[in-house]
Design a binder for this molecule. Structure first.
Ligand code: 13P
Length: 251
């Protein structure tokens, strides 16, 4: 069974006290979220240690926004998957377009990160998606297929069964420009087709989230598509009311 998931990526927002308030507000409204919808929040690293316990107790999943591509050692400033696991972090966003774009993370680096996350029992929320010029030049399917082939298709069947995917067209992130429900469905169905070729029917159980300017006003239409299993929410996840409203839109 595909899990319905709504995950909030706080990115580099909120001081610790602001994050604590936001987490409490989300937990306080959790009963409004339909049963069977898993909420996940991904606060900055500095907040994880203190927020993991209360969020998990409330039934909200906790994700890091990144992890290192090495096990341990002289990598100043990095945070390893083992460290995240040691404080109870359950998920990790890997391959976000902002990491690919601003920090030069390649598919090879991302594959290492995904493997290390799995080794430490952390479920990757692996992001894929094309840039604007790639869509405009009709290369979007090819780009997304490569991202899948180079990372997800390299995994064992056992790891693949656990991964969560997020299709985030780069041109829709933080721009207010959302993919239409038809564009999202078309790409999500394509992703599943690519994965089915490698992993067979297991691909039918993979949760594929949509991300990119998702908000309460467009969430229901996006989530109503057959292959859209929830969302990875940026800006709107910083407002607890909007985040919960988006989660309520999951059908
Ligand atoms: P926005 O919802 O702000 O467009 O961000 C989406 C995103 O990048 C989530 O990871």
């Amino acid at each position: 069974m595909k899990k319905k998931i709504v995950a909030g990526n706080w990115k580099m927002n909120t001081t610790y006290s602001e994050g604590e308030i936001l987490a409490k507000e989300i937990a306080g409204q959790l009963k409004e979220v339909p049963e069977g919808v898993q909420l996940i929040v991904a606060p900055p690293f500095t907040h994880l240690c203190c927020l993991t316990g209360p969020l998990r107790e409330a039934g909200i999943g906790i994700a890091a926004q990144n992890c290192a591509d090495h096990e341990s050692g002289a990598y100043t400033g990095e945070v390893s998957a083992a460290m995240l696991a040691s404080i109870g972090v359950q998920y990790c966003i890997i391959g976000h377009s902002e990491r690919r774009e601003y920090y030069g993370e390649t598919d090879a680096v991302l594959l290492e990160k995904v493997k290390l996350a799995f080794q430490h029992g952390i479920i990757p929320i692996f992001c894929i998606g094309e840039r604007l010029y790639e869509r405009e030049s009709n290369q979007h399917f090819e780009v997304v297929e490569h991202q899948l082939q180079n990372v997800v298709c390299q995994l064992s069947a056992t790891d693949f069964e656990k991964i969560i995917l997020a299709y985030e067209p780069v041109w829709a992130i933080g721009t207010g420009k959302t993919a239409t429900a038809a564009q999202a469905q078309e790409m999500h169905a394509y992703i599943r087709t690519v994965l089915r070729e490698k992993f067979g029917v297991a691909a039918d159980n993979t949760s594929i989230l949509y991300g990119g300017s998702c908000k309460p006003s467009n969430a229901a239409e996006l989530f109503g598509q057959a292959d859209v299993d929830g969302g990875l929410i940026g800006g709107a996840s910083l407002n607890s009311g909007d985040f919960i409203a988006i989660a309520k839109a999951v059908s």
